[in-house]
Design a protein around this ligand. Structure first.
Ligand SMILES: [Cu+2]
Length: 526
């Protein structure tokens, strides 16, 4: 053998092996595909796939889709079974190299039918789409396999080859090359080529089988799913927050019989974890909105201005007024004025009440109004206001998040926070001294979840569910606060040290609803 023929023999050897490997590898893919077709979910939604694909097709394709729909809907069981068996036969044919001509031509036609019906020509071709339709690619692979078989003739890696040895007629049915090509003796196959091909197929098979279970649960790679997969806590930089949202109870808005307050709806970006922002809808540019502090018996004159980008409204839980008048939705640029008498003492939320309220509150439109009782509670040394709420997010880009209404509806928050930002009072602790009466005004804006407020290492000295000292509860360690509810609680720490305050739902704590009260020694004492 001279160098030239040995080179040619080597080339023949590896092309035969490679073509066989491609066929077998594609057989594995088709086998997985067939396996999925045998799952019950395929049968349940068979007609749905076709109806879905028929949506938004151009008019000239109406007849095509309507024709298939009529055909399939008249006997769905037949088409379900046919799809399952055709894919299974194709997979077996590819793996064994059986009836290759029929498998390749049939496979290409079948794939084109799937592509042009159930896959709806593999639309939509939107920005962010990640494939142009598997079935179209399948059709091209079948064509490529047919070309290999046409050029290379038969292959010892096929049942066809061995059948044709015994029954030449079989060869004339299933071979794609002319008889003089497929009848000639097979190329001498080098062992190293065979080992390489078998190794590659084994690895592909191992990966495919190993990942099938998990791959079946991966959400489809749509832009929406990609955005929802990024959470604020995955972007959170973990560094200490430099400036926390103020938690101290501000002074009274005024001491007269009436007080005025202006609340302006604006769209702003707010920090929801260190290094992570949210495109929020706010009252006065912060989430939560400003804490309003009034006294029982005062009249509150509200001016509400809408400088957002959509209609908004405001609803005060401290008021008893006709919501159809005072809480009505106003358009962008409009101003609404109303007054209410703060008849009832306590800690109350205010929030936007424009439908869908879930979306408006989920995007940050809430705040707190504290109404001091006419008969004062025992005097507190230091008072804090904590408004718990949830963030439901999807990635907007960079370190910025948007709201995710689907998550709001599902009630699956990405963060749960006190005063808008995760973990901020761990980095900037609230402070007190031993023996001081610390008053906590704790509220839950929701929009969905119930809070279980607890200060670790302490018992509440008093809980005022209705802001009335005459009804104070004692002996309470954890207090439940539903969405829209607020409560006043006192603690008096006996020992100095750090006291974490939490939503005792451990999930909420993990998602950011935790902070620290740092208690120092009593003034002038040890
Ligand atoms: Cu609103």
């Amino acid at each position: 053998m001279n160098a030239d023929t040995s080179e040619r023999a080597g080339f023949a050897s590896w092309t035969v092996v490679a073509a066989g490997a491609v066929r077998a590898g594609f057989g594995v893919v088709m086998a997985l595909d067939a396996y999925l077709k045998w799952q019950p979910a395929f049968a349940e939604h068979y007609v749905g796939y076709l109806r879905n694909a028929a949506l938004a097709q151009p008019r000239w394709l109406d007849a095509w889709f309507q024709g298939w729909l009529r055909l399939v809907e008249s006997n769905p069981d037949f088409f379900i079974s046919a799809t399952r068996w055709i894919e299974t036969l194709i997979a077996v044919g590819l793996l064994l190299g059986f009836a290759r001509r029929f498998i390749y031509y049939g496979g290409a036609i079948f794939s084109l039918l799937i592509w042009s019906t159930a896959e709806g020509f593999s639309g939509p071709y939107t920005a962010g789409a990640t494939n142009i339709g598997p079935a179209l690619v399948y059709a091209l692979v079948f064509v490529a396999l047919a070309i290999f078989a046409r050029l290379l003739g038969s292959t010892p890696y096929s049942v066809d080859y061995h059948l044709a040895r015994r029954y030449p007629r079989w060869g004339s049915w299933v071979e794609l090359a002319p008889p003089e090509v497929w009848r000639r003796p097979p190329a001498v196959i080098a062992l190293r080529h065979q080992f390489a091909a078998v190794g590659a197929i084994a690895i592909a098979l191992g990966l495919a089988v190993g990942t099938l279970r998990s791959a079946m649960n991966v959400p489809p790679p749509t832009p929406t799913n990609a955005a929802a997969a990024v959470t604020p806590l995955s972007l959170y930089n973990g560094l200490p927050v430099q400036q926390a949202h103020p938690a101290r109870l501000p002074p009274l808005l005024g001491t007269g019989d009436s007080v005025g307050v202006t609340l302006i709806a604006t769209d702003t970006t707010v920090e929801i974890a260190n290094g992570v922002q949210y495109n929020a809808w706010t009252f006065n540019g912060t989430v939560p909105g400003p804490v309003l502090h009034v006294r029982q018996g005062q009249t509150v004159n509200v001016t509400f201005v809408n400088r957002g980008h959509m209609p908004h409204s405001i609803d005060f839980h401290a008021a008893e007024v006709a919501p159809s008048v005072a809480y009505r939705t106003i358009a962008v640029g409009e101003t609404l004025q109303f007054s209410f008498l703060a008849r009832t003492a306590g800690a109350f939320v205010y929030h936007c009440g424009t439908p869908p309220v879930l979306l408006h509150m989920g995007n940050g439109m809430y705040g707190v109004i504290i109404v001091d009782p006419a008969t004062p509670l025992p005097p507190a040394d230091v008072s804090y206001v904590l408004l718990e709420s949830e963030w439901y997010t999807q990635h907007a880009g960079g370190t910025v998040m948007n709201g995710d209404y689907a998550k709001m509806l599902a009630g699956t928050p990405d963060e749960m926070v006190f005063n808008g930002e995760a973990f901020q009072y761990n980095d900037q602790p609230l402070t007190a001294r031993t023996g001081q009466r610390v008053r906590w005004y704790v509220l839950n804006a929701g929009p969905n979840r119930t809070s279980a407020f607890h200060v670790i290492g302490s018992m509440f000295a008093a809980v005022y569910p209705d802001g009335d000292a005459a009804h104070a509860l004692t002996g309470v360690s954890t207090y439940v606060i539903g969405p829209g509810q607020g409560v006043v609680l006192d603690t008096i720490m006996r020992e100095s040290g750090d006291y974490p305050f939490v939503d005792h739902s451990m999930r909420a704590m993990t998602m950011g609803a935790v902070g620290t009260l740092r208690v120092g020694p009593a003034e002038g004492g040890g």
